[in-house]
Design a protein around this ligand. Sequence first.
Ligand SMILES: Nc1ncnc2c1ncn2[C@@H]1O[C@H](COP(=O)(O)OP(=O)(O)OP(=O)(O)O)[C@@H](O)[C@H]1O
Length: 283
Amino acid sequence: MGGEPGTTLRRSRDDATAGAARTRTMPDDGPGGSGAPALEVRGLSLTIGGARILTGVDLRVTPGELLGVIGPNGAGKTTLFNLISGIHRPTAGQVLLDGADVTGATVAARSRAGLGRTFQTSSLFPRLSVMENVRLATQRRRGGSLSVLSFPRRDDAASAEAVEHLVTVGLAQRSGVAAGDLSHGDKRKLEIAVLLAMGSSVVLLDEPMAGLGTADVPGLVRVIRDLKATGRTVLMVEHHMDVVLGLADRVAVMHHGELLICDTPERVMADETVRTAYLGDLA
Ligand SMILES: Nc1ncnc2c1ncn2[C@@H]1O[C@H](COP(=O)(O)OP(=O)(O)OP(=O)(O)O)[C@@H](O)[C@H]1O
């Protein structure tokens, strides 16, 4: 059980080093303490063709919290995001957004309800400019048609708002550049600006640092920190441990489709099972 204070943590059943399950007291959920969760998953499970991909994951993420999600390859991190965002339907369990059950809702309905997501591959319109990508998202949120061609190029209110989002992610100077011509790191920043324009209050970032050169990492870390400073709730799957430990309020560790632990970075790093099951792999 993940973020529930005072709940029982179940270690991975496949972890030969784990020994018997044990009970531990969890800290309050995130920086918001015992406030209502912005996102909650209860008993989230997915079985495909008899294979258990995800088993009984419970998580509560408070408004404004940044939750890092880590784990070895194949641990179920992307599957968790796919279930939260509605790409997959769970075999069992629930997804709640601001207390509302969205388990049966479509991806689009979840997006309208404030859930935004970036992917490991870019979801931008590469031939449109940086500005047009963000303005399009702004106009769509304001009730425009879904057709790119139907959007008026001139929309002062949408343009002004788009500029604000581009300033937030540090891309205002690049507004006229085609999105496809941006560096990898700038594409990630633009995707975050698009989510801001869409009005996402809960943002899922799927391996934002993947493919970035070392020099580009600090810039994107700054943008994610600024994103959190806007009050958004952020879940971030990331293999780059320095980034996770530097940004996250809490860290959820997945292993063999189960949630191993969800706690502060310090406690996760000190956890013997985590060190054996995951961090040891990185050494
Ligand atoms: N549609 C599917 N059908 C069958 N198996 C799947 C499907 N999707 C995922 N899996 C399996 O589920 C497990 C978890 O995959 P998932 O992509 O969620 O892991 P991950 O933690 O995100 O890994 P990585 O860090 O490599 O991205 C893997 O063993 C994967 O092969």
